[in-house]
Structures are given as structure tokens and as C-alpha cells.
Design a protein around this ligand. Structure first.
Ligand code: ATP
Length: 251
């Protein structure tokens, strides 16, 4: 098992964004987190990455509790995320964006050091090599020197994934990766996430595009008003009367 959420509750003043939510994600799975607007999905990502401390509950990652670890240390542990709204370094090149991602989990500060030791130089070369490979994976090799904000929308989304992968995560959290994409971009994204899975990375994704989720995910948890409504395979979720009534019926 990669991630275990145990009885997570998150209150904001009088609002309960999450109430007693538990689920487990196995190694290598593509796991979907779905539900209506305001169901608590992004809050769950913020709790997993410790941007918000849960009001109660516990998170275990690769057998170790990560509750209370500082958000920037979460990357060192092997969890990386993308956001609902694209957050690239828009004035930097495509390659530089991925190099920054690689730097996030590097231990010796390869990019910030002026006087580099031989081992730091080797590490910098490795970071560059990995960045180049990742750009190939996401289909952006020929855009290395392009300023990130000049990429098309779908390409920016894929660059975000490459940057996240550069930190070498065991678990990748994707917040609505297909939002705003056209059909071709969504198809490319589907192939990319499958390739990410083949690299041994476990994926947890929030998504409203139901055909995409049902085709891509191994298992799904449904949230509604901050509570877990259902969990199962795409087929089980699609045929669950409670899920149809609360969410799928209105999609
Ligand atoms: P969407 O699909 O629209 O992105 P969601 O399922 O991701 O929705 P959240 O963004 O997690 O839902 O919000 C869950 C609830 O928590 C909502 O009622 C929201 O208003 C509330 N909430 C989220 N973040 C905060 C915050 N920082 N302060 C106060 N309330 C918040």
C-alpha cells in the first residue's frame, strides 16, 4: 500500500469540508477522487500534502505517518502534485521548469551552488538528463527552449506533469488534469498518465470528466458533502444508485 487515509476530518470554522473519510491506495494504481463541486476533493489534496492540517485523522505514506510534516518536506518523502489552475514558472523555459522540479528533491542544491564539487556537477548532469527524458515522455522535447507561457494549454498541463515527475515521486496527485482540454489533448493526457503508471508511479487524480475517469482509473472514491459516499471499480461506481443520484445523474 502507498497511501492510507484514516478517518480524516477537516473543518473550516463552522464548515466541515471533510468528515471521517478513509481510503487506501495500492502501489501502482490510478485512483480517482470524484464528487460534486464543494465535495472536499481539493481539500483532501491539501490535507495529504499538509498544506492544511486535518482537524483529526491520520495519513500514512509508504508505512510511515506523514501527519504534521512541513509541505515542502512532503516532496522529499515522494509525494508531488499539480494544481487545479496551472502554476508554471511562466517566464522560464520549458526545460528550466522541469529542472526546478528536479531540484526540489535534490539534496545538495545543485542549481544554487556557484562553486560546484565534482559530485554536484554529476548530479546536475543527471538532473538535466532526467529532465530531457521527461520532456520526451510528455511529448515536449522540441519545446525545451520555449518560454512556458507560450505553450498551448494542453502542453502547459503536460509540462506541469513533467515538472512534478522530475522530483521522482512515488505518488503523483493530479487536480483536474483534463479540465479545459479538447478531445485530442484529453486523449494525449490519457496516454501520458498510463505511461506514468508504467513507470511505477502511483496516481491519485481529481477529475470531473467522467468518461475519462471511468476509462483510466483502477478504483474510485466518491465524496459528497465531505463524506465518503462510495468506493469501487469504475463499473461498481457507475452502477451505484447513491452515486448516480448524488453525482453521475447530473453529469
Ligand atoms: P470543486 O470540484 O468545485 O473543485 P472540491 O470537491 O474540490 O470542489 P473543496 O474545494 O475541497 O471542494 O471545498 C470543500 C468545502 O470546503 C467547500 O464548502 C469550500 O467552500 C470549503 N473550503 C475549502 N477551502 C476552504 C478554506 N481555505 N477556507 C474555508 N472554507 C474552505
Amino acid at each position: 500500500m502507498v497511501l492510507e487515509l484514516k478517518n480524516i476530518t477537516k473543518n473550516f470554522g463552522g464548515i466541515s469540508a471533510l468528515t471521517d473519510v478513509s481510503f487506501k491506495i495500492n502501489k501502482g494504481e490510478i485512483f480517482g477522487l470524484i464528487g460534486p463541486n464543494g465535495a472536499g476533493k481539493t481539500t483532501m489534496f491539501n490535507v495529504i500534502t499538509n498544506m492544511f492540517l486535518p482537524t483529526s485523522g491520520e495519513i500514512n505514506f509508504l508505512g510511515e505517518t506523514i501527519s504534521g510534516i512541513k509541505p515542502h518536506k512532503i516532496t522529499d518523502k515522494g509525494i508531488c502534485r499539480t494544481f487545479q489552475n496551472i502554476r508554471l514558472f511562466s517566464q522560464m523555459t520549458v526545460l528550466e521548469n522541469v529542472l526546478v522540479g528536479g531540484h526540489c528533491r535534490s539534496t545538495s542544491g545543485v542549481l544554487s551552488s556557484v562553486f560546484r564539487t565534482k559530485s554536484q556537477r554529476t548530479e546536475e548532469e543527471n538532473t538535466r538528463k532526467v529532465a530531457t527524458e521527461l520532456l520526451e515522455l510528455v511529448g515536449l522535447s522540441s519545446y525545451e527552449d520555449v518560454i512556458a507561457e507560450n505553450l498551448a494549454y494542453g502542453q502547459q498541463r503536460r509540462l506541469e506533469i513533467a515538472r512534478a515527475l522530475a522530483s521522482n515521486p512515488s505518488l503523483l496527485l493530479l487536480d483536474e488534469p483534463a479540465a479545459g482540454m479538447n478531445e485530442t489533448e484529453t486523449d494525449n493526457l490519457f496516454e501520458l498518465i498510463k505511461k506514468v503508471q508504467q513507470r511505477g508511479v502511483t496516481v491519485l487524480l481529481i477529475e470531473h470528466d467522467m468518461p475519462f475517469v471511468m476509462k483510466l482509473c483502477d478504483r474510485i472514491t466518491v465524496l459528497n458533502f465531505g463524506k465518503k459516499l462510495a468506493e469501487g471499480t469504475p463499473e461498481e461506481i457507475q452502477n451505484n444508485p447513491d452515486v448516480i443520484e448524488a453525482y453521475l445523474g447530473s453529469e
